[in-house]
Design a protein around this ligand. Structure first.
Ligand SMILES: Nc1nc2c(ncn2[C@@H]2O[C@H](COP(=O)(O)OP(=O)(O)O)[C@@H](O)[C@H]2O)c(=O)[nH]1
Ligand SMILES: [Mg+2]
Length: 651
């Protein structure tokens, strides 16, 4: 009873593996033909990293006790033969739990102590610092041990008000959100801040990651979850309880954090088993479930097809007991089919496009360089044919001609040096516009502006101003790269005309999508600022953390934009260098050939034959490169998701 998305993940994995293998072959081909300069190598390496690290994150979100953890137990962990994530009354998830797998590592549970919230490091930074985590390994044959370890994610402890305040778990400004204080003046706080489960489950091995969350509106959840983890998810499962219906807090959570996220949404109406009634006919119960589904779709403003009526508990039991009929009745398989389509196809197209673009570009450049080599061979052939039956004096004259041509050619180096100097200056300007230092200043300024704005409840204006300035910086980076392009274009035209180069300008990097990413960050942070979130920022610790998270998000966008400009402009310079190198070695080969011809009879014809053979090999290489790229571009994609899978009706 493997989940239906296993097959699809398998296909995705297969596609990825064949792409990786194909890229490896292209890489080896280029190296063998002396076509793999530094920028080509960097580009291929970047593609391979993207392919290898292509993870899909599914976030499961909802209010406390809707059955999120139980749903993950049924979706992913039923193979353990027991309940693994704590999901019983009185034992609920207290911290975000991420399930995933790093290939080549041991199964483990890593827990981040709540105390780490005292300092300002963000979760993203702490991830890279294993010393801060408490790590336990487990044996795959021992599910009881895994369940015991995961009981920790429900663990709590008592803390004084001062301590809770310092950890950002108590806010005097929001009494309604605070945990209750016991007779000793203590509050109950989560023991852990975050949990990472490293489990080689077949789905996790294939790049799926699943995020289980405590309630989002809980004070403890704050920025990390809504600003850091949720935006990284490709799909969100929003869990409601059939026993509670859509409550006000469900609706708030949906509206404030989920509805406007540009990712696939799946709404789960869980616990439909609670609607079963021995005094009602099964038809009448089904009718009730259907009515409730409609109500849910209406209240959330989603398609009926996106609402899945499920019993996570019955699904888990059915899987453990191997009862196919009960599993079907639990409604889970339908959800899984939809998840497979929504989660796995999402993003793959983008990756495919990226690879297609890069390969197309690589093929064009390679064909061009091979063509250039063939042109030089043709010229040499012509020159040598002209020497057939000619005297030694004529040969000497030809050798002198090569020397003069070479000397003429070397004059181009002055122009190239000048071009390089201007390029370097413009590139530096472009990169400065996108550098981290400026970003930090901007975000610091925002912090200054936010403080008074918080009291006026006018944070959006301050944040809007920051975003406008950031867009301007991005625009400046873009403007510089247009200048670089224009400057290099003029220089290259001159070089091509005067020295017979065949330099082709690659199209300038497309930076528009960085603007889109900036807009995405802008909207999720603006949403946060509009909410109770803004109030939380009155706490200095929360403000500091907000600032650091914002900065790290922005850095990724700006640094990637800078890297793209740099790679693009360096690839152009590399092209010039490669052509200079090829021209120089062509001169050397011509001179050496003429010398040998002068010394040995028969050498001329031998050299002509050699040139003809080289030309044939180059022609073959051109064809081979085309074949390699074509094979990759038309690699069998994944099975198309059947249209009806996306809109299943529930009986
Ligand atoms: N009847 C019923 N109870 C469920 C179902 N799923 C979860 N529960 C119960 O609801 C409670 C909360 O579940 P849990 O998974 O911890 O909720 P979470 O806080 O959203 O992770 C637990 O007592 C579960 O046993 C279900 O499908 N049917
Ligand atoms: Mg839970």
């Amino acid at each position: 009873m493997a989940p239906p998305f296993a097959a699809r993940l398998e296909a995705l994995q297969g596609w990825r593996a064949s792409m990786l293998a194909g890229l490896g072959e292209v890489d080896r081909f280029l190296a063998a033909h002396d076509l793999r300069d530094r920028t080509v190598a960097a580009r291929i390496a970047a593609l391979r990293r993207r392919l290898a690290g292509d993870k899909r994150m599914l976030a499961v979100v909802g209010e406390f006790s809707r059955g999120k953890s139980e749903l993950i137990n049924a979706l992913l962990l039923a193979g353990c033969g027991r309940r693994i994530l704590p999901a019983t009354p009185g034992r609920t998830t207290m911290c975000p739990v991420e399930l995933g797998y790093e290939i080549g590592t041991r199964p483990s549970v890593a827990l981040l102590p709540m105390e780490t919230r005292r300092d300002e490091a963000t979760l993203a930074e702490l991830r890279a610092d294993p010393a801060r985590w408490t790590r336990f390994e487990f044996d795959l044959g021992d599910p009881a041990r895994l369940a015991e370890l995961l009981a920790q994610v429900a663990a709590t402890r008592g803390a004084s008000l001062d301590e809770a305040r310092a950890l950002g778990l108590w806010d005097d400004a929001q009494p309604q959100a605070n945990p209750p204080v016991d007779a000793q003046g203590q509050v109950e706080i989560p023991l852990w801040r975050h949990a990472l489960v490293n489990h080689p489950h077949p789905l996790l091995r294939r790049g799926l990651a699943v995020l289980d969350t405590p309630g989002l509106n809980a004070l403890g959840a704050e920025p990390e979850l809504t600003l850091g983890l949720l935006p990284a998810a490709q799909a969100v499962v929003f869990v409601l309880g059939a026993d509670t219906g859509v409550t006000r807090s469900d609706l708030e959570l949906w509206r404030d954090h989920l509805a406007s996220r540009p990712v696939a949404h799946f709404v789960v109406l869980n616990k439909i088993d609670t609607l079963r009634d021995p005094l009602l006919a099964p038809d009448a119960v089904a009718q009730q479930i259907e009515t409730q589904r409609r109500t849910v779709a209406q209240s959330l403003g989603v398609d009926l097809g996106a609402v899945f009526a499920v019993s996570a508990r019955e699904a888990l039991v059915a899987r453990i007991e191997g009862d196919a009929g009960a599993l079907e009745r639990s409604g889970l398989p339908r959800l899984e089919t939809a998840l497979a389509a929504g989660l796995l196809d999402e993003g793959r197209e983008g990756l495919q496009r990226l690879i297609g673009d890069a390969l197309g570009d690589l093929r064009a450049r390679t064909t061009h360089r091979l063509g250039e080599r063939r042109r030089q061979i043709a010229e040499q052939t012509l020159e040598l044919r002209g020497l057939r039956g000619k005297s030694s004096a004529r040969l000497r004259a030809a050798r002198q001609r090569v020397a003069v041509e070479e000397h003429d050619f070397e004059r181009c180096m002055v122009q190239i040096q000048a071009l390089r100097a201007v390029h370097k200056r413009l590139l530096e300007q472009a990169l400065t516009a996108l550098a981290g230092e400026g970003l930090r200043r901007e975000v610091e300024q925002l912090q200054q502006a936010l403080r008074p704005a918080l009291f006026r409840l006018d944070t959006r204006a301050a944040f809007g101003a920051l975003c406008a300035r950031l867009r301007e910086s991005l625009g400046q980076g873009e403007a510089r790269s247009v200048e670089i392009q224009a400057m290099l274009a003029a220089g290259c035209t001159r070089l091509n005309a005067e020295f017979g180069f065949a330099i082709e300008l690659p199209p300038p990097p497309a930076l528009a999508h960085f603007g889109d990413e900036l807009a995405l960050i802008e909207s999720s942070y603006a949403r946060y600022l509009g909410l109770a979130g803004a109030l939380r920022l009155l706490q200095p610790r929360a403000m500091e953390q907000f600032k650091r998270m914002l900065l790290s998000k922005l850095r990724v966008v700006f640094e990637s934009a800078g890297a793209e400009i740099e790679l693009w402009s360096r690839s152009l310079i590399a092209q010039i260098d490669a052509q200079v190198g090829e021209r120089r070695s062509a001169f050397a080969r011509r001179a050496a050939a003429l010398e040998r011809i002068d010394q040995a009879a028969g050498e001329l014809e031998r050299r002509l034959a050699e040139l003809a053979a080289q030309d044939t090999a180059l022609l073959r290489a051109q064809g081979r490169m085309g074949e390699l790229v074509e094979a990759l571009l038309t690699a069998p994609a994944m099975p198309e998701p059947a249209a009806r899978e996306r809109r299943v009706a529930v009986p």
